[in-house]
Structures are given as structure tokens and as C-alpha cells.
Design a binder for this molecule. Structure first.
Ligand code: UFG
Length: 329
């Protein structure tokens, strides 16, 4: 198949491109390089620099390439920023997806797999979270992702497009080959921030609140390796190619770790004491987010391969210690 990967120079996008190419697929990447990195573009993929909000540009890609399916990562994804600049999220995430879908419909491309998020649920009603649980996002980022899901649903009703929304929990880790990994600016995610301490870039890690109703008072999250997420996209595209209906899947390991447990595991992996300082809660953080991914396992046949936190953090450390400034020299 020839797959168009939007946002293929970003963190999860670049790992998915790598798995697609290893699986023998042809890959075309589109990325505006606003948060993606040219160095993360796979040498065997065809690359177009451009913005999915630009209809002429998107049309030209579909006209030049005979695309069988689209995997869509091209979106802004910072929860905090989405609260101070929500319209940026509506513009890029929703307007961008609207233009993309218009162009797909016009060119008869009818399969799309895309990044959704645990943030579509908001404060969970029960743990583990099921795909059928209520979706009431507590931030603008989650709201735009939920609206993207709905935009695809109604486009499907009208035009026959089929989609799979993958609701990721906490993406982390790096490719085992050490060539690609997480490189955000600014960085807001726990594991890369922790690893800045043994890398000499930060004195201590802040623990955002230790008075939650959890076993040690710190927030619990479900950490899932980026390569396992990448594999799920390939399975989802195969699922659509086999003629199945549109669907939504959670992607997580189904196991929760507290912030303190993650820090402790990073100490073990790096051999560094990693001082931690308790700070105030970060607003909007739910106490506990753990996925039920049974549906992805039974319907897609997904099997996460990296379910050990120590191993996940070791892949992240292998990347960060060798690339302390991400892709920058
Ligand atoms: N945390 C700290 N200190 C830090 C950074 C994070 O204690 O310096 C804590 C957070 O409070 C949270 C946990 O570590 O409890 C994980 O935080 P991240 O920022 O790494 O990830 P989130 O759980 O906030 O975010 C993830 C995804 C988002 C998604 C969100 C859904 O990265 O895309 O889950 O709530 F929107």
C-alpha cells in the first residue's frame, strides 16, 4: 500500500513511518516542520513540506501520489497551550482536518487512521477506561481531538469515508535503534523531563502534587511505548483495508504507574539519584488514567511488546543521553 503520513516528522509519526517502511509499505510524508524535525524524516519516504490547511498543497499531494490510505498525526498537542490559545488548536487541529477530509473526498481516498487521545474522556468515570465511557474533555486540546473524531464520523456518513481513531494514553520511549526519539520544544512530558536531570540539564524533577487519592499521592498514568503505538496504526490501516467499519480504540498497557514510581524507575535505569521536589498540582490533571485496551487487542490483534516500564525508560534514556538537545546539533 502507499500510505500518506501527515505529521510524519514528529514523535509518534516518525516512529510509525519507520515501522511502515520495515513492513514493506510505501510511505509519503507531509509535515510543515513547525514541531516536526527534518532529521526525523525517514530516508526511504518521499517528503513534501507543507501545511494541511493549504487546500491547493494537499490536493497536489493527492494528485501526484496514488494514495491508498492516510495516517494523520498533524496536530498541536499541548494541553496547557490549548488552554491559553484554544483558537490555535481549532485552527490547526480542526480546520486542518477539515481541509484534509475535503481533499480526501475529492480524490476518492476513503481510509484514515488518526491520533486521538485519552484527553477525550476528561475526568474518568471509572478505571480502566473503556471506549464506551463518557467523553467530556476538560481541555481545549481534548475537545478538538473529540471534534476531529466526530468530523470523520459525519464525513463517513455522507461520503463513505472510513476512519479509525486511536486514543493514546501516555506515549513514551524511543526507537530501539536510537536514531529517533522524543524531541519537543518546550518539553512538558514527565519522562523526558526526568531524564534532563541525569543529562545535566535540570537540577531536579518537580512532582506536580502528592496529595491525590492514589497509592503514594502522586498521579497515575498508563505509559505506552511509541513503537507499540506505531504498530497499532499499521494494524488499524489493515483493518480498514479489509473493509471493516469505522471504529475507536484505546491504546495503553492497562497498567498504571505513579509519578514517584516513574522517577524511581528512571533512577534505576540511569544510576543517577534524580532529586525530586514536590510542587503544587498542575491544573487539569486527573488523578488516574488507565486504559482498557482489550478492544484493540481482540479486534485489531494488537499486542504491545514493551510493557515493562524499566525497558521503556531504558529506550528513552538511550535516545536522550545521546541526543541531549533532541535533533539539534
Ligand atoms: N508531571 C510531573 N512533573 C513534571 C511533568 C509531569 O509531576 O514535570 C506529572 C503530571 O502531573 C502527570 C504525569 O506526570 O500526572 C504525566 O504528565 P505528562 O505531561 O507527561 O502527561 P499527561 O498525562 O499530562 O498527558 C498525556 C498526554 C496528553 C494527553 C493527556 C490526557 O501526553 O497528550 O495525557 O490527559 F492529553
Amino acid at each position: 500500500m502507499k500510505i500518506l503520513v501527515l505529521g510524519g516528522a514528529g514523535y509518534i509519526g516518525s516512529h510509525t513511518v519507520s515501522e511502515l517502511i520495515d513492513a514493506g509499505e510505501q510511505v509519503v510524508i507531509v509535515d510543515n516542520l513547525e514541531t516536526g524535525h527534518i532529521e526525523a524524516v525517514h530516508e526511504k519516504a518521499k517528503f513534501y513540506k507543507g501545511d494541511i490547511r493549504d487546500r491547493e498543497f494537499v490536493d497536489s499531494v493527492f494528485e501526484n501520489e496514488k494514495i491508498d490510505g492516510v495516517i494523520h498525526f498533524a496536530a498541536n498537542s499541548l494541553v496547557g497551550e490549548s488552554m491559553t490559545n484554544p483558537l490555535k488548536y481549532y485552527d490547526n487541529n480542526l480546520n486542518g482536518t477539515k481541509v484534509l477530509l475535503q481533499s480526501m473526498v475529492a480524490h476518492g481516498v476513503d481510509k484514515i487512521v488518526f491520533s486521538s487521545t485519552a484527553a477525550t474522556y476528561g475526568e474518568p468515570e471509572s478505571i480502566p477506561i473503556l471506549e464506551t465511557d463518557k467523553t467530556e474533555p476538560t481541555n481545549a486540546y481534548g475537545e478538538t481531538k473529540l471534534s476531529m473524531e466526530k468530523m470523520m464520523k459525519w464525513t463517513g456518513v455522507a461520503h463513505g469515508l472510513k476512519y479509525v481513531a486511536l486514543r493514546y494514553f501516555n506515549a513514551c520511549g524511543a526507537h530501539v535503534n536510537g536514531h529517533i526519539g522524543e524531541a519537543h520544544n518546550p518539553e512538558t512530558h514527565l519522562i523526558p523531563l526526568i531524564l534532563q536531570v541525569p543529562n545535566g540539564q535540570r537540577e531536579a524533577i518537580s512532582i506536580f502534587g502528592d496529595d491525590y487519592d492514589t497509592k503514594d499521592g502522586t498521579c497515575v498514568r498508563d505509559y505506552i511505548h511509541v513503537t507499540d503505538l506505531a504498530q497499532a496504526h499499521i494494524l488499524a490501516m489493515k483493518y480498514l483495508a479489509a473493509g471493516n467499519e469505522s471504529n475507536v480504540f484505546n491504546l495503553g498497557n492497562g497498567v498504571g504507574f505513579t509519578v514517584k514510581e516513574v522517577i524511581e524507575t528512571a533512577r534505576k535505569v540511569t544510576g543517577h539519584p534524580i532529586p525530586a521536589v514536590v510542587s503544587p498540582r498542575r491544573s487539569g490533571d486527573p488523578a488516574k488514567l488507565i486504559a482498557s485496551s482489550e478492544k484493540a487487542k481482540s479486534v485489531l490483534g494488537w499486542k504491545p511488546q514493551h510493557d515493562d516500564l524499566e525497558e521503556i525508560i531504558a529506550t528513552a534514556w538511550n535516545w536522550h543521553k545521546n541526543h541531549p538537545n533532541g535533533f539539534a546539533k
